[in-house]
Design a protein around this ligand. Structure first.
Ligand code: MLT
Length: 315
């Protein structure tokens, strides 16, 4: 059986598939016509976020039985189209949790101390000491919107930084929050009390555009935001206006509504820090998710075992 690795993945992915007796074809970055041609003869495909498994691709995949996402978000996969053709869709939800959380914490620190801006100014020979006065994190309140896999690790690290942590999460129990040393609150309370807010939600109908004019108005003046979740959770124009007025004093962005983002309304803003969707891009996380995706595909194709399926009930 043949598995296409359609995005750049650690070599452990190909090695694992081969060790399990599967044929592995490593062809990252295929253009759509080539992808459709290649996938037609494959039993499974492994993707990260670059290759989109659209209904058009699914239509061309006449033998396909499974799609594995080496990562957690499946918003680049047309899950409904896969379900309609009984194609199992899986993700690897835990493999990049720590890396993503660490990136969010790094972004928060960079925001608090203007690290990227100060670096650019210093190497330009400007020595602007007073321009880059920052704020401490100790004693400040961090609001975590979505306290699942990634949000929980962010909470743990923020407690270590002596921050007060508030969380909004419809699934988390009070008991769990207490055990973690954080306070579970309503979204409005989190917005009203937080000095920093970090988002760790999946993209769905409820979270799409959740950072908008109305929700920003509920936030503290001078709040700093971190988005390492998905670009489409924010209304870019509303965020831009709030950054211009100073209601949001700074924002760190790793994700964009349209990726790759080679242009953005945020790129020219002095109080915004941007990275190119690299929260999960560590050697450690990429080895883990590549191996897990390959194992999950092999388990399913060879033994019918299902792990971390997002449409298991439809197969
Ligand atoms: C994920 O969904 O796993 C993260 O956003 C990381 C990624 O897309 O590479």
């Amino acid at each position: 059986m043949k598995v296409l690795i359609a995005d750049k993945a650690d070599s452990i992915c190909e090695k694992t598939l081969k060790e399990r007796g599967l044929e592995a074809v490593y062809k990252p970055g295929l253009a759509l016509p080539d992808l459709k041609k290649e996938i037609a003869s494959c039993d499974a495909v492994i993707v990260r976020s670059a290759t989109k498994i659209t209904s058009e691709v699914v239509d061309a995949a006449s033998k396909l039985k499974a799609v594995a996402r080496a990562g957690s978000g499946v918003d680049t996969i047309d899950v409904a189209a896969c379900s309609a053709k009984k194609i199992l869709v899986m993700n690897t939800p835990f493999g990049n949790t720590v890396s993503t959380a660490e990136h969010a914490i790094s972004m928060m620190m960079a925001l608090a101390r203007h690290i990227p801006q100060a670096h650019a100014s210093t190497i330009a020979g400007k020595w602007e000491k007073s321009k880059f006065e920052g704020v401490e994190l100790t004693g400040k309140t961090l609001g975590i919107v979505g306290c699942g896999n990634v949000g929980s690790v962010v909470a743990d690290r923020a407690i270590g930084l002596k921050m007060n942590v508030l969380a909004f999460d419809p699934v988390m129990t009070q008991e769990k929050a207490e055990k973690m040393g954080i306070k579970l609150v309503s979204l409005d309370e989190l917005f009203a009390k937080s000095d920093f807010i970090t988002f760790h939600v999946t993209l769905n109908d409820k979270t799409k555009n959740m950072i908008n004019k109305e929700s920003i108005a509920k936030m503290k003046k001078g709040v700093r935001l971190i988005n390492c979740a998905r670009g489409a959770i924010m209304v870019e124009g509303d965020v831009k206006s709030a950054l211009e007025s100073g209601h949001i004093s700074g924002m760190a962005i790793d994700v964009y509504a349209k990726e790759p983002a080679t242009e953005s309304v945020f790129f020219s803003m002095p109080n915004v820090i941007c990275t190119p969707h690299i929260a999960a891009s560590t050697k450690d996380a990429q080895i883990t998710v590549a191996r897990q995706a390959a194992e999950q595909i092999a388990d399913y194709l060879l033994e019918g075992k299902i792990k971390h399926a997002v449409n298991g009930d439809k197969i």
